[in-house]
Structure formats: structure tokens, C-alpha cells
Ligand binder design. Structure first.
Ligand code: F6P
Length: 539
């Protein structure tokens, strides 16, 4: 029987078992089903994975070539086969002595030079050496979308306690409301605009960039002088009018959703300074070293990936909730949606054959405790099982509010405990009886208060959300996505699925101004909606 077959058999057996039975059978399960990297601990004991299933999952990782693929990725092999590219986002956080050859050339030389230039520019902005027409820069507006927005925006919020530079804002949506609301109240004479786009063709970003340039031109004689760009397309940044010394390039082997570690993180560098940015890189680097060196059964990204594969591909739980009990990680679920779903939402394998199992899960979530008052009802009592991933720091950044942090932590632990334990009908009946109910009414009311329990979760804990810890967390998730992709046999580094919609949008835009005849080739629903929009737009 194949390992997948063995796992399916194990899962059928697990279906009739409560996770609490696993704890009853093994006193040490809490630590045995935990893994540590430095100060960070991932507890995956509150899952229905038993020691046999774990062995099978590890065998699956080995059989699928996780170790070989990992060596290829770190070695600069072109593992992004559909785009014939190496996958070297890890190079962006490699140490000073790293040598990483691609086609025989050490890419670290150029990378270090770009990093130094970007950090130098960030410090110039922070120290007031780079100035706008009206004086020192007070506000920075980063215009980008997807990987050119989500990572730096998420990290900028995450590292708020380290903000000591100009205010940094992020604009992504082509909806004019986003840029209009962001620019409102800013002074064009003291604002720096960063246009962040790997391709420098993305329609949302280029449209917003032109809007920002027009806004700047209302007060600034040479608006381009207050623009910087981050892109691989240096010809296009020049054509936009941005001087070379404010253009920061990167290579095509850094995927957009993996790019926050390099110049795409320029806004973050300006917000927190080069030193804190470097500390984040060091955290990512520490996770890289662990991922490369730790045996698979003590390897945090590998184990997190295997837990994910168990829940989605083997147990059939289609979604995964990411629940950071950390206000400043509020953008983490959105960031992970791109990282995980753009990477592993694929329907064919590397050879172009249909996948014979589900692709990556739907990822969603919200920071705690807000989510508790929104969707946790379904997680606890709905008919679908939603595996949950909790994240929690031991300490906050507000010593005077330590009591609030304790309450936050208690809520986080309470949720995973409630998911695990649930509440039986007998317990619910006892509660209702204590309230004075009896007979049929007691039964009826008690049934509404039953929690099935036996619902899986993992918890990642770390001492405090520092730049270093953030780097560890993001690299952990990157490598988890990689391992899941290798086991599924898919290319996690392309994103052809976003292309069709982009092409159709370009063709549809003129139809909003045209007439019915031009829309004739569209389906009846689209024609009908176009007619509605045209009627109101032209009213
Ligand atoms: O949504 C597709 C995508 O290509 C993402 O992969 C990427 O992060 C985003 O668009 C933005 O692309 P660019 O950085 O080239 O503007």
C-alpha cells in the first residue's frame, strides 16, 4: 500500500477517536508533539495525529523528495520550472559570508550592493538627508499590490513599536477610494512615493502611481524627484521618469510574494530603520538554518506542513484558520492568503497532469480576540471542522498593560482548550439543571449548549513580537508552503491562475464606456451587468 493509502487507513481509524484519548495514552504528548526553534515553540499535540501517522507523514515527506528539493532551492537550481527560474528569496536574507551561485555567478555580490543602497536611502530619508521640496520627508506612500504590498504592509504594522521615522502608508487597490483617502491630509512637498512593482506593468499600481504623480504635481515642480521605485524592470522605471539613484532592482528569481526581505521592504526599512530590518532578516536566516539542518522529525516548517497536509489532503478539511492573538499581526492572515493560496492553489502537477488529490487549503482568519466575537461560533459548533492555527507572544510591548496581555493569552489558550475538550450533553444538562430547568425543556436547552470538541489546532508561541521573531515566523510559513508544494508535486512559485482575469479586465474596461453592440461577445450575465453600470455611470 502507498504511504498515502496507509495514511488514509490511519485517518479512518482516527475518525473514531478523541484527541483527548491520545493525551490519556501518552503523558509526554504535550512536549513530544512540540518542536522548538530557539525561543519559539510550535505545539501540534492538539491534533488527531498519533505517532504512527507522524511516522507515515515523515515518510511521505522523504519519499516526495523534500530534502532533495530543499537542497535544490537553496543551491539556486531552477525549480520554478514553468518560468525556468531559480527560487532564491532566501538569498535576500543570507548572511554576509554567503556565496550563492546561479549559473556559476555568485548572486550575493549584487544582492548585497542593492541591500546596502536601499538601506542607505532609507536612512537618508529617516535622517532628513533626502528631502522633499518642502523639507524633511514626513510621509511615505508605498504603491504596490500583492507581493509588493502585503508583506511590507503586514510587517510595518507588526513592528509598530519600532517606528521612529516618517509615517509609512500603503496603497494597493485600484479603487480610487484607496489612494484618495490615503493622500487626503498629506503634504505633497514632504511626501515620498515608492512605486513597488516587480514587473512595473501591474495595472493597479501603474494607475495609482500616475494618480500620485498628478497629485504631487499640483504643488511640486519636479514630482519625479520625490518618487523612488523598486522593480526588476529598470527600463520601465526610467520611462516613468524616476532617476536611477532612487531605483532599487531585484532579480526575477525572487517571487513577488517572497520579496519583502529585499528592496520591496523599502517602506518598512524607512519605518523601522536598517538595524531593525536587519534583525528581521536575521530571524528569517535562523529559520532557514533550522529548516536546512534539523532532522525532519524535529523540523518546524516540515512538521507544520505535514500537519497541514494531514488536515486538508487526508482528513478533507478544506479550510485553515490563522488566528494570531497579536493585534499587530492583524494583516498576517491576508499576507498568508497570498503566500499559501497563490503558491499552492494549483490543479496540475509539475508535469502538467491533473492532481489526484486536493491542492492547498483555503486560508482565512482574523486576529484574536476579535474573531471570537465573529466566526468562532461556527468553529466550535458548526458542522464543518476548521483546523485552527493560533499564534501568541508571551509578552506584549505595553508593560503598563500586562494585565491585558494576560487576558489575551488566557483567551487564546481557552479557545484551543475549548476546541479540544468541548462540552458533553451530560455537562450541558448539569449546567441547565443548576439553572432550574427540568424535563423536556432542560433537554432541549442543553442540546444547544453541547460542543463536540475533538477539533484540531496548533499553537505557535514566542517570547515577544520582535523584528527577529517576525522574521522567524514569516520564513517558517514560507518553508511550510514549500514543503506542502513538494509533497503535492506542484510548482509553488508560479501564478498563472491570476492571468485570465487580468486579460479580461483590460478588454472589459472600454466596454463600460461603449455600447451594447461592443459587448455582444460577452455572456448574457456580463452584458446585463455592463448595461446596468453604464446606465448609472452615464446618468
Ligand atoms: O497577483 C499576481 C501578481 O503577479 C503577484 O504574484 C504579485 O505579487 C502581484 O501581482 C504584483 O505584481 P508586481 O509586483 O509585478 O506589480
Amino acid at each position: 500500500m502507498s504511504v498515502w493509502g496507509e495514511l488514509a487507513k490511519n485517518q479512518r481509524f482516527a475518525e473514531g477517536r478523541h484527541i483527548l484519548d491520545l493525551f490519556a495514552a501518552d503523558d509526554a504528548r504535550g512536549t513530544d508533539f512540540s518542536v522548538r526553534v530557539g525561543d519559539m515553540v510550535l505545539d501540534y499535540s492538539k491534533t488527531n495525529i498519533d505517532p504512527d501517522a507522524r511516522e507515515l507523514l515523515l515518510a511521505l515527506a522523504r519519499d516526495c523528495g523534500v530534502e532533495e528539493r530543499r537542497a535544490e532551492m537553496f543551491g539556486g537550481v531552477r525549480i520554478n520550472e514553468t518560468e525556468a527560474r531559480a527560487v532564491l528569496h532566501v538569498a535576500q536574507r543570507a548572511g554576509d559570508d554567503a556565496v550563492i551561485p546561479v549559473d556559476g555567478v555568485d548572486v550575493m555580490v549584487r544582492l548585497r550592493a542593492i541591500r546596502a543602497r536601499a538601506c542607505g536611502f532609507a536612512e537618508d530619508v529617516r535622517q532628513g538627508r533626502f528631502r522633499g521640496q518642502g523639507g524633511a520627508i514626513t510621509d511615505v506612500v508605498n504603491i504596490g499590490i500583492g507581493g509588493s504590498d502585503l508583506g511590507p504592509a503586514m510587517a510595518t504594522l507588526a513592528l509598530a513599536p519600532w517606528h521612529d521615522g516618517p509615517r509609512v502608508h500603503y496603497v494597493s487597490n485600484v479603487d480610487g477610494a484607496h489612494i484618495a483617502d490615503t493622500l487626503k491630509g498629506l503634504d505633497p512637498e514632504t511626501t515620498l512615493v515608492i512605486v513597488a512593482s516587480k514587473t512595473f506593468t501591474t495595472i493597479e499600481t501603474m494607475t495609482n502611481a500616475r494618480t500620485a504623480r498628478d497629485w504631487m504635481a499640483t504643488r511640486v515642480a519636479d514630482p519625479a524627484a520625490q518618487f523612488a521605485a523598486v522593480s526588476t524592470a529598470l527600463d520601465k522605471t526610467t520611462a516613468f521618469g524616476i532617476a536611477q539613484d532612487r531605483v532599487f532592482g531585484f532579480e526575477d528569481w525572487v517571487g513577488g510574494r517572497y520579496s519583502m526581505w529585499g528592496p520591496i521592504g523599502l517602506g518598512l526599512m524607512i519605518a523601522v530603520g536598517a538595524q531593525n530590518f536587519d534583525a528581521m532578516l536575521a530571524g528569517g536566516r535562523a529559520m532557514d538554518a533550522h529548516f536546512c539542518d534539523a532532522p525532519l522529525d524535529r523540523n518546524m516548517p516540515v512538521l507544520l506542513a505535514l500537519v497541514g497536509l494531514w488536515h486538508n489532503q487526508i482528513c478533507g478539511h478544506a479550510t485553515r484558520a490563522v488566528l494570531p492573538y497579536d493585534q499587530r499581526l492583524a494583516r498576517l492572515p491576508a499576507y498568508l492568503q497570498q503566500l499559501e493560496m497563490e503558491s499552492n492553489g494549483k490543479r496540475v502537477d509539475m508535469a502538467g497532469r491533473d492532481l489526484d488529490r486536493q491542492s492547498g487549503p483555503v486560508v482565512w482568519g482574523e486576529h484574536g480576540t476579535n474573531g471570537q466575537h465573529a466566526f468562532y461560533q461556527l468553529i466550535h459548533q458548526g458542522t464543518r471542522v476548521v483546523p485552527c492555527e493560533f499564534l501568541l507572544a508571551a509578552q506584549g510591548h505595553e508593560p503598563e498593560l500586562a494585565h491585558q496581555h494576560r487576558l489575551l493569552a488566557a483567551n487564546c489558550l481557552a479557545q484551543s482548550e475549548a476546541l479540544l475538550r468541548g462540552r458533553t450533553l451530560e455537562e450541558a444538562r448539569a449546567i441547565m439543571a443548576a439553572k432550574g430547568l427540568e424535563g423536556e425543556e432542560l433537554d432541549r436547552q442543553a442540546r444547544h449548549r453541547v460542543f463536540p470538541g475533538n477539533r484540531p489546532s496548533t499553537t505557535l508561541v514566542y517570547p515577544q513580537l520582535t523584528p527577529f521573531a517576525l522574521g522567524q515566523i514569516i520564513a517558517l510559513y514560507e518553508h511550510r508552503v514549500f514543503v506542502e508544494g513538494v509533497v503535492l508535486g506542484i510548482n509553488s512559485f508560479d501564478q498563472w491562475g491570476v492571468e485570465l482575469g487580468k486579460e479580461l479586465a483590460v478588454a472589459l474596461a472600454p466596454l463600460l464606456e461603449g455600447d451594447d453592440a461592443e459587448a455582444a461577445s460577452k455572456d448574457p450575465s456580463t452584458r446585463h451587468l455592463l448595461a446596468y453600470l453604464r446606465a448609472y455611470q452615464n446618468a
